[in-house]
Design a protein around this ligand. Structure first.
Ligand code: ADP
Length: 671
């Protein structure tokens, strides 16, 4: 066995590989781009090397830079992870030329499976069943149209070198074929530098079932059962599980044999996945991925094996650790891909700093693979995955319940995530009944994408409580730092010298403003929202946790502040509020004058202030759009604008100085 390993990847997969490599006593070498200099995969490694600037094309995809890092670090082996260079035959070859062990299949196998057309030709010859279709060399549009007609509509046009659902077009009618072909070719050319396509019969209610295979360099091959990845959005996996619901022993054996035959047909070695599309009793070869898959943990959970360990052993020339008859399935596993994305905006990727992150506790049943920590940035440069949440249960229903619970307790504040969507998906009766096919999400669109829940009076009251408790904490901190900690001027609980016991709080949500009136009573607060009057009391348990009692309802609630934005987290629900007049609670004085900074990275969408202009306390000076919400930067007191540093349309980093403001009339809140 080699004793050092360079991981040519980032994020959760790099961390996951390092975990096993360390257990096996290997020295781990990470590589990173400028955006990842302080990333978790860098921290976990024994040593890390810089590849280049943030864009993948200038860092993680640069073969020369990766090889140079291997040379400098004295690495003996390279694990490519998934994505990036993992299925790049040139990279595998370059590693071999540099005398490095490539933890992956032989170069020829990567090459053979690199083209979907090529792969189908090889699999067809090996007797593996194929979706009826055309995967020939001749790309004459007239011929392709004729083939499509023979296959029978609907058909699917696929980029030969495709991946990630790109360059794929479903065509329902012959008259749409020519335009769809052009679109697919254009997309393929742009994404893969090659426009070749193939045509398949479009299956209307298929399942995606894939077989995990493993082979060694001594000619042994096994399969590690199947995964069902039918829950997809736009041809991309959302939830994966193993084993596939409804799979019979006989069918598993048949599909397993086809998968092992596929691996044997290309003299495979290492981990691979043979993807099938299945409808009714039929299953057809779709493609083979010559690497470790994102969803490999579900296979690990049901087999009790470590697939990265197998990969490393096989790469070192050892035989497969187990024979087929020594492998068995225990229980059921599911994986959900937790993404920074907005399901309500067609799954648009979201970016930004993770202000608060609290995953469910890991156990025998719950596993989290992640490369992100609280405070990290989800950037535009890479896949916006936050984590993979993997659960295990004795049977499918136990696993499903476990996943549902884990999703509901997963706390992420910062960029929009798909957590609530995943929770609805896993809680859907159709999913519980395992009515799986690739059309599940579009079919249940109405229940999976309900209108956003508006906060009721109790939630608004919670927001008020959070603000009150924050004010108290601020006052305490200020009092502790002041020369007269017992001065009544530090109090913020409503007991002001002028006996003012009423306070108005205003929040903004989307375009709406919510107002609440707080009355201070000896027993706590009474909060008026709309027509409701609620009795509210509570205390801060730590920086982000409050204990709240609202009209007899008692609960612990997470309340996370980012500047003037408050996010309340309740099991499976999340509400964000923008406190209006965010700086109104600050003491007057030099804290108020000065620079005003961006609470989070975003875009300036409106500038309402000009240099020299006077503004009254609370007047809107600038509007930022960040994390899909608008944030108003308002005047902290009555005063004058000294400088405006950004214009409309500018992108700003968190902490960027937006404006400078001079308070002219000192307004002392406490007097
Ligand atoms: P990619 O490599 O771009 O991910 P795949 O060939 O793996 O493309 O297919 C991705 C997904 O597209 C499949 O999981 C399935 O949902 C859908 N798909 C692929 N082929 C067909 C087909 N012939 N009929 C219906 N759906 C298909």
């Amino acid at each position: 066995m080699f004793d050092s390993l360079l991981i040519a990847n980032r994020g959760e997969i790099a961390c996951r590989i390092i975990r096993t490599a360390k257990l096996m006593g290997l020295r781990c070498i990470s590589v990173y781009s400028d955006a990842d200099a302080a990333a978790r995969h860098v921290e976990m490694a024994d040593v890390a090397y810089r590849l280049g600037p943030a864009p993948a094309g200038e860092s993680y995809l640069k073969i020369d830079a990766v090889l140079e890092a291997a040379r400098l670090s004295g690495a003996q082996a390279v694990h490519p992870g998934y994505g990036f260079l993992s299925e790049n035959a040139r990279f595998a070859e370059a590693c071999a030329d540099a005398g490095l062990v490539f933890v992956g299949p032989p170069v020829e196998a990567i090459r053979a499976m690199g083209s979907k057309s090529e792969a189908k030709a090889i699999m067809g010859r090996a007797g593996v069943p194929l979706v009826p279709g055309y995967h020939g060399q001749d790309q004459d549009p007239a011929l392709l149209a004729k083939e499509a007609g023979q296959i029978g509509y609907p058909v699917l046009i696929k980029a030969s070198s495709g991946g990630g659902g790109k360059g794929m077009r479903r065509v329902d009618r012959p008259e749409d074929f020519a335009a769809a072909l052009e679109g697919a070719q254009r997309e393929a050319q742009a994404a893969f530098g090659e426009s070749r396509v193939l045509i398949e019969k479009y299956l209307t209610k298929p399942r995606h079932i894939e077989l995990q295979v493993f082979a060694d360099s001594q000619g042994n091959a096994v399969h590690l059962f199947e995964r069902d990845c039918s829950i997809q959005r736009r041809h991309q996996k959302v939830i994966e599980e193993a084993p596939a619901p409804g799979m019979t022993e006989q069918r598993r054996a048949e599909m397993g044999r086809a998968a092992v035959d596929a691996a044997m047909a290309i003299d495979y070695a290492g981990a691979g996945t043979v993807e099938f599309i299945a409808e009714g009793d039929a299953f057809y070869f779709m493609e083979m991925n010559t690497r470790l898959q994102v969803e490999h943990p579900v296979t690990e959970m049901i087999t009790g094996l470590d697939l990265v360990e197998w990969q490393l052993r096989v790469a070192a020339g050892e035989p497969l650790p187990k024979r087929q008859e020594e492998l068995s399935i225990r229980g059921h596993a599911m994986e959900a891909r937790v993404y920074a994305e907005d399901p309500d905006r067609d799954f648009l990727p979201a970016v930004g700093r993770i202000a608060h992150l609290l995953p469910p506790r890991e156990s025998e049943r719950v596993r989290i693979d992640s490369g992100i920590r609280s405070g990290d940035e989800v950037s535009v440069h890479y896949d916006p995955m936050i984590a993979k949440l993997i659960v295990w249960g004795e049977d499918r229903e136990r696993a499903r319940q476990e996943l549902h619970r884990a999703l509901d307790s997963y706390e992420v504040v910062g960029p929009t995530t798909n957590l609530a969507f995943l929770s609805r998906l896993v809680g859907h009766p159709g999913f519980a009944a395992a009515e799986l096919d690739t059309g599940f999400i579009p079919r249940h669109e109405e229940s999976l994408f309900p209108p956003a829940e508006e906060p009721g009076p109790a939630i608004v009251a919670l927001a008020c409580l959070a603000e009150l408790l924050r004010g108290e904490a601020l006052a305490e901190a200020r009092a502790a730092a002041s020369s007269d900690p017992y001065s009544p001027f530090h109090a913020t609980n409503g007991w002001r010298l002028n006996m003012e016991t009423r306070r108005e709080l205003r929040f903004r949500r989307g375009g709406e403003e919510i107002a609440a009136t707080l009355h201070y009573r000896a027993s706590g607060y009474e909060i008026e929202v709309d027509d409701a009057r609620l009795k509210v009391s509570g205390r801060a348990l730590d920086e982000t946790t409050i204990f709240a009692e609202i009209d007899g309802w008692r609960s612990q609630v997470r309340a996370v502040w980012q500047g003037a934005q408050l996010t309340l987290l309740l099991p499976g629900r999340q509400f964000s509020f923008q406190l209006v007049e965010p700086l109104a609670d600050l003491d007057a004085g030099d804290e108020v004058s000065g620079s005003m900074t961006a609470p989070m990275p975003g875009k300036v969408i409106q500038v309402k202030a000009a240099v020299g202009q006077k503004a009254a306390r609370g007047a809107a000076l600038m509007v930022l759009e960040a994390m899909k919400m608008e944030h108003t930067i308002s005047a902290p007191g009555d005063g004058r604008i000294v400088a405006v540093h950004y214009g409309e349309g500018d992108l700003v980093d968190e902490g960027a100085v937006l404006l400078e403001f001079e308070v002219e009339e000192v307004s002392d809140d406490a007097a």
